[in-house]
Ligand binder design. Structure first.
Ligand SMILES: *[C@@H]1O[C@H](CO)[C@@H](O)[C@H](O)[C@H]1NC(C)=O
Ligand SMILES: *[C@@H]1O[C@H](CO)[C@@H](O)[C@H](O)[C@H]1NC(C)=O
Ligand SMILES: *[C@@H]1O[C@H](CO)[C@@H](O)[C@H](O)[C@H]1NC(C)=O
Length: 507
């Protein structure tokens, strides 16, 4: 990053002197940013929010809230006086002007309401409608750039409740009928899979000198105030507020997530998603921030994270969560939900998260571990396998040649089969800049991370059919945030700033 900045400054001052080429061409290992807003430094913010049900769909819109996609995108203009400064009294009191690109009316667009560019069939299908609304908002927010335009950071919400009797979610991508009860999924009864309310404080200039940009999205999954949560004294809640000093530093995204008795399993992430194609777990065309899709082994992720409240022992706080998709034969995904497989790797920062991969019970371990020097150790090698480095591994539901014993991933929580590899702080990850012991970077220990996510994700085990050429590991989604897993009345709170993804300058 420093090098890139250095060159940019040089380019600015020395472009005429043609020294620029000489100085910058001589530096090795040059990186460029894969995100539209490197380090979150752009005053003119590009931000959107999306909410998903258990199987990453909408299912049903929350009353009066619109389709659960909204955006806060604006440009800043400085009022410049035509002639002498004195003639513009307004300019001195309000020197900057924010022009929002997405109106309240557009943010509230809901099923049945047509918009420009939307496909006819989407206007009466609640899931397709949200997908098309995301594309529509993306068009409003899009920033032209090299090598590709980009649209926004994405805040993602997810409600883990599932009504198995409503038969809304497919099983490994296949439609199934009502069934139950299923103790794996919480549900208080009919309507438990609802979308949250989404309230929006549009970004404005605030503070004594009108130099602080600030805005928020917030809401609750509790839509009925007479619910049992209310009488219990706690309702579910989320908020993301963003703040930045005009012309200085990074945006700071401040997140709060609270679970309740009715909504004990909730997720809140800040995502950098692909600008086209699919992104992790989403089987519609997406919009996002990744003007270049980072690919293993060559990319790094930098950010600052301050965990203020952890969200309890069941809060799976993802320091880093990357999502990709490839078929078991190594081919890229094409939208066929029966053979596409979403692949996730997550580093869980919460020191209370135990390892479920054990020497005497290896079913939740990946078949082998690969050290940075390339040497491999099988999970049966009790003396050498780093069991404590893994929370769990689960294999895709449609994988035919898995090593036994194994556990298949939850077949419902994605539109297609999924594979998950969750890792924990451990010395084996130190070479990649990941935490090496529990507690590092947790509450009271804010840190700036520089993670070699590319090299780490290249080394990880992911399933493929025997003899098939290795998949390209392209990560269409790079996120951080928490998943509070079936634990009511928990609160997590954290801030993220300075986020960047660096890729080699070959593009
Ligand atoms: C949104 O704005 C209202 C009115 O200014 C304020 O009271 C509230 O705290 C804001 N919400 C968040 C989450 O920042
Ligand atoms: C590779 O690294 C592992 C773990 O540090 C070590 O045990 C092993 O001896 C190394 N192998 C080689 C060939 O250097
Ligand atoms: C509400 O939540 C808080 C934690 O945020 C918890 O201490 C309290 O016991 C909860 N109240 C009830 C009535 O469940």
């Amino acid at each position: 990053m420093a090098q890139v900045l250095h060159c940019a400054v040089q380019a600015l001052f020395l472009a005429m002197a043609s020294l620029y080429g000489v100085i910058c061409a001589s530096s090795e290992n040059e990186y460029i940013s894969a995100v539209g807003d490197p380090g979150m430094r752009r005053d003119g913010l590009r931000l959107a929010i999306e909410a998903w049900n258990q199987c990453n769909e909408v299912g049903e819109e929350a009353p009066n809230m619109g389709s659960p996609r909204a955006a806060d995108c604006f440009d800043i203009y400085k009022a410049s006086p035509q002639q002498g400064e004195n003639q513009c009294s307004l300019c001195n009191s309000m020197p900057f002007m924010l022009v929002h690109r997405v109106t309240e009316e557009e943010n509230r667009l809901r099923l049945g309401q047509p918009f420009l560019g939307g496909q006819q069939e989407a206007f009466n299908n609640v899931d397709l409608y949200a997908a098309e609304k995301e594309v529509y908002l993306g068009n409003k927010c899009q920033v032209e750039d090299i090598p590709n335009p980009w649209q926004f950071w994405m805040i993602m919400l997810k409600n883990g409740n599932m009504d198995t009797y409503a038969a809304k979610c497919p099983n490994n991508g296949l439609k199934v009928g009502p069934y139950g009860p299923d103790s794996r999924f919480p549900c208080f009864g009919e309507g438990c899979m609802n979308q949250p309310s989404i309230y929006h404080n549009y970004t404005t200039l605030q503070g004594p000198s009108q130099a602080t940009l600030k805005g928020a999205f917030y809401g609750s999954w509790n839509l009925n105030t007479k619910s049992s949560d209310e009488t219990n004294g706690n309702i579910s809640y989320y908020s993301v507020t963003w703040e930045k000093e005009l012309g200085k530093g990074s945006w700071i995204f401040h997140h709060v997530l609270r679970t309740s008795v009715m909504y004990p399993w909730l997720m809140l992430y800040l995502r950098a998603d692909a600008t086209t194609g699919f992104s992790g777990g989403y089987h519609y065309s997406t919009r996002g921030m990744l003007k270049i899709i980072p690919e293993s082994p060559n990319f790094k992720v930098k950010f600052r994270l301050n965990v203020i409240r952890g969200g309890g022992s069941s809060s799976q706080f993802y320091l880093m969560d990357i999502g990709s998709c490839w078929k078991n034969n190594g081919q890229p995904c094409n939208g066929d939900v029966t053979s596409d497989v979403t692949r996730y790797n997550e580093m869980i920062l919460n020191p209370e998260t135990p390892s479920w991969c054990k020497p005497n019970d290896v079913k939740l371990c990946p078949p082998y571990h690969t050290f940075p020097n390339g040497s491999r150790v099988h999970r049966d090698d009790i003396a050498h396998f780093p069991y404590e480095a893994y929370h769990l591994y689960c294999s895709p539901g449609n994988a035919e040649f898995t090593e036994k014993p194994n556990i298949v991933c939850d077949p419902y929580s994605n539109p297609q089969p999924q594979e998950i590899l969750q890792i924990l702080p451990h010395p084996v990850w130190g070479d990649y800049g990941y935490p090496t012991r529990k507690g590092v970077g947790w509450i009271g220990d804010p840190r700036t991370w520089e993670l070699d996510v590319g090299r780490l994700s290249q080394s990880l085990y992911f399933y493929q059919d025997p003899g098939t050429p290795p998949a390209r590991r392209q990560w269409a989604s790079v996120d951080l945030g928490t998943e509070i897993y079936k634990d009511p009345n928990q609160v997590a709170e954290w801030t993220v700033s300075d986020f960047n993804i660096l890729v080699p300058k070959k593009y």
